[in-house]
Write a protein that binds this ligand. Structure first.
Ligand code: NOJ
Ligand code: CA
Length: 712
């Protein structure tokens, strides 16, 4: 009798779910997302790909804080349950837009949308949950319309679930409020907890982990039956960066937002919305790399004039400091205060300060001779004596050069050679100090003809207690981008929040670091698999200033550093293709490029803006092969990078024009090359190729290949 009752209730509940459920499919029908209210009016969704479950029924909702800043009397009801549907609407959208810079000349934005309007009678509040379903994934977000009963509110936590259908393999970074400069881990979801402690780079000053099953996004996964699934977010502007916390008994991820100094996750005022929560899926790993879902979920470009924004290849004094142990500071004094802050003229120079006039001139000459457009100079401005680890507020003024750096003369010299200097603003994470000086700093850039700045956020955030990925910090990074745009300045932010496609809306955001870059090759090395994971994870939200091109892989040949680069020399060339960025550094020293002049030719030739890109082969942590057509030309460049395992690439040149001949210059690992034992063994061969030809390329451990294909 009891059994029958339970079965009957189950049947009725099933029917209830069925009757209120609403499904929206992707334009090609492969992806289906179903929304329903379950239990006590709990917003719930699920997602399938070609009939296979990608996301099992998962709850949506937000927990609000009892905070004095919320509108009076309304703060206590969370937006978790007790909802009724008031309206739903489905629409289709299809447009093609042109990015200012990018992997392709045009991007199609084609989706079906489901808008669900919900009312919570107990609080008289309305929210909207919007789903956009593409052929390669979906985005969902919460919207909070302007209304008397929901005006100011404070988010304690967002509870967006992503219930996985199995114990997938995942490529994950430990969840952390302040850094992504970690080595990616490859494990089953069920192994995250036991691997977590060893995965954290406890030496990094900014470590702030929050749970031993917390991971960062973009999170790439692969299911046993061959589905590639990626969770990330798009258009995170006035909101905290999302991490994921795993319930590893049930394989359910839940959003975990970064708090600010108050411990709260979001201070909101209607009308407003959250960023998009994204799930990409395909049975072909290449689709993860060619997807434009994150960009498409961002707003179109908000800058009226973008003529001043340009892809850039650059070099700089950077590697001399990072690898060579030279100094950003002009003196070896323990404090700039001792020097009277601006009184450096009387200070004793330390003699190992590469940002000096003579050395920078050498780099300007090198850039001019080799077609590099800019020279980044770090350590040009006073304050570096107090730079790191002191949590000092007023650390830099961003306008006063050290006495050995001729600001005016060097800019004039660079311009006379058709080169520009690139500005550097290390903020030491003192955001209030940067905002204090920003206008003057950007005016100075305009005065001397700089049009790009590399910013940096090393160390703990000021205002103290805040985190790199909080709502307030995300607003700061966006403020920098908007203010810079007013001055026609491009921005490349290091240690800033991980990108979520905002570069579509503000294309002067030409780069970010937000992951472990080449600098770690000077601090012990990166895992050879690292750069064949990043395109699946970090690069989903926007380009990375990875700073490749270290051809002298053994650092001890020119400096006192025992670290070595964990790729072959040719592997470094491949990164200019496989790590897409409109900003590419030739990061090694000019004298090292002279040593490998024939291989350096590829760095000189390779484009950094593209009309077309074709991902030919891809597997996370194994290999990535891509062919790209240089903007406004008939020339192609092809790059292949492998991880720890050797790989043979079969490249079919079926993308070339019919009837046209091309000269291919092929930079390949020598047969006996090996990233560890023989990294600098390579061959360069030339041959004529045409459409349909097939090239076989052998990539050794940690190696790769690079080909320039010039139309004849
Ligand atoms: C860390 C950055 O990643 C690096 O590129 C820069 O040189 C230093 N901070 C100094 O700003
Ligand atoms: Ca860094």
């Amino acid at each position: 009798m009891k059994k029958t009752n339970i079965a009957l209730i189950g049947l009725l509940m099933g029917m209830a779910t069925f009757t209120n459920a609403q499904t929206v499919k992707s334009p090609n029908g492969n992806i289906a997302v179903t929304f329903s209210l379950t239990g006590n009016g709990v917003p719930t969704y699920e997602m399938t790909y070609k009939g296979k479950t990608v996301v099992k029924p998962s709850h949506l909702g937000l927990e609000l804080a009892k905070d004095k800043h919320a509108s009076k009397g309304l703060e206590e009801t969370s937006l978790m349950d007790g909802f009724q549907k008031t309206n739903t609407k489905t629409t289709t959208f299809d447009e093609t837009w042109k990015p200012v810079w990018g992997e392709t000349a045009t991007i199609r934005n084609h989706y079906n949308e489901l808008e669900v309007d919900l009312n919570q009678p107990s609080s008289k509040r309305n929210i909207v949950i919007r789903f956009r379903v593409y052929d390669d994934g979906m985005g969902l977000r919460y919207e909070f319309p302007l209304q008397p009963e929901l005006n100011y509110f404070v988010i304690k936590d967002e509870h967006t679930q992503f219930a996985m259908a199995g114990d997938h393999t995942a490529w994950w970074l430990p969840g952390d409020y302040d850094t992504q400069e970690q080595e990616t881990q490859e494990s089953k979801l069920s192994e995250i907890r036991s691997r977590f402690h060893d995965a954290v780079n406890w030496n990094n000053s900014s470590v702030s982990v929050f749970s031993d099953t917390g991971v960062q996004t973009s999170l790439q996964m692969k299911s046993k039956d061959g589905l590639y699934i990626n969770i990330h977010e798009a258009a995170c502007a006035d909101y905290a960066t999302m991490h994921l916390n795993l319930d590893d008994k049930n394989m359910v991820f839940e959003s975990w937002l970064t708090p600010d100094a108050t411990g709260m996750k979001g201070f909101m005022q209607t009308p407003c919305e959250t960023p998009w929560r994204t799930v990409m899926v395909s049975d072909d790993a290449r689709d993860m790399l060619s997807s434009n879902l994150i960009l498409n979920l961002n707003e179109p470009c908000k800058l009226e004039d973008t003529s001043w924004i340009h892809p850039t290849k650059y070099c700089g004094v950077w590697w001399e400091m990072i690898a060579g142990g030279k100094s950003w500071a002009y003196t070896d004094e323990f404090s700039s205060v001792k020097l009277g802050l601006t009184d450096y003229a009387h200070a004793k120079p330390n003699g190992h300060h590469p940002a000096n006039t003579a050395n920078v001139k050498k780099y300007i000459d090198f850039a001019a001779e080799n077609g590099l457009q800019q020279v980044l100079v770090e350590g040009w401005n006073i304050g570096w004596e107090d730079w790191f680890g002191h949590w000092k507020d007023y650390v830099f003024d961003f306008v006063t050069p050290y006495p050995d750096f001729d600001l005016k003369g060097l800019n004039e010299y660079a311009h006379s050679k058709g080169v520009k200097l690139m500005m550097h603003h290390e903020t030491s994470s003192s955001t209030q100090n940067y905002e204090r000086h920003m206008e003057e700093a950007y005016n100075l850039m305009n005065k001397y003809g700089y049009d790009a700045v590399k910013t940096g956020y090393v160390g703990d955030i000021i205002p103290r207690g805040d985190h790199h990925y909080s709502q307030s910090m995300n607003k700061h990074y966006l403020y920098v981008i908007k203010e810079a745009a007013k001055h026609h300045i491009m921005v490349n932010g290091h240690e800033a929040t991980r990108p979520t496609g905002l570069c579509r809306t503000y294309p002067n955001l030409v780069g970010n670091e937000s992951a472990r870059g080449t600098e770690y090759e000077a601090f012990g090395g990166n895992d050879p698999n690292h750069t064949v994971i990043l395109p699946f994870t970090r690069l989903q939200g926007g380009p990375m200033d990875y700073t490749p091109g270290i051809l002298e892989t053994q650092l001890s040949t020119w400096c006192n550093n025992k670290s070595w680069v964990h790729t072959t020399l040719v592997g470094q060339l491949a990164l200019y293709l496989t790590m897409y960025s409109p900003l590419q550094m030739a990061a090694d020293l000019p004298e090292n490029y002279k040593k490998y002049n024939d291989a350096f030719q590829f760095i000189k030739d390779v484009a950094c803006d593209w009309d077309d890109s074709r991902y030919l082969e891809a597997e996370p942590a194994r290999y990535v092969t891509v062919a790209r057509k240089a903007k406004g030309t008939n020339n192609w460049f092809i790059g292949g990078k492998t991880g720890l395992q050797p790989h043979q690439s079969i490249v079919k040149l079926d993308f070339l024009d019919k009837g046209r001949k091309y000269e291919a210059t092929i930079y390949a690992d020598a047969k006996d090359a090996d990233f560890e034992k023989n990294p600098k063994a390579y061959t360069i061969t030339k041959r004529t190729v045409k459409k349909g030809d097939v090239l076989k390329l052998n990539e050794v451990r940690g190696g790769g290949f690079a080909i320039s294909v010039k139309a004849l």
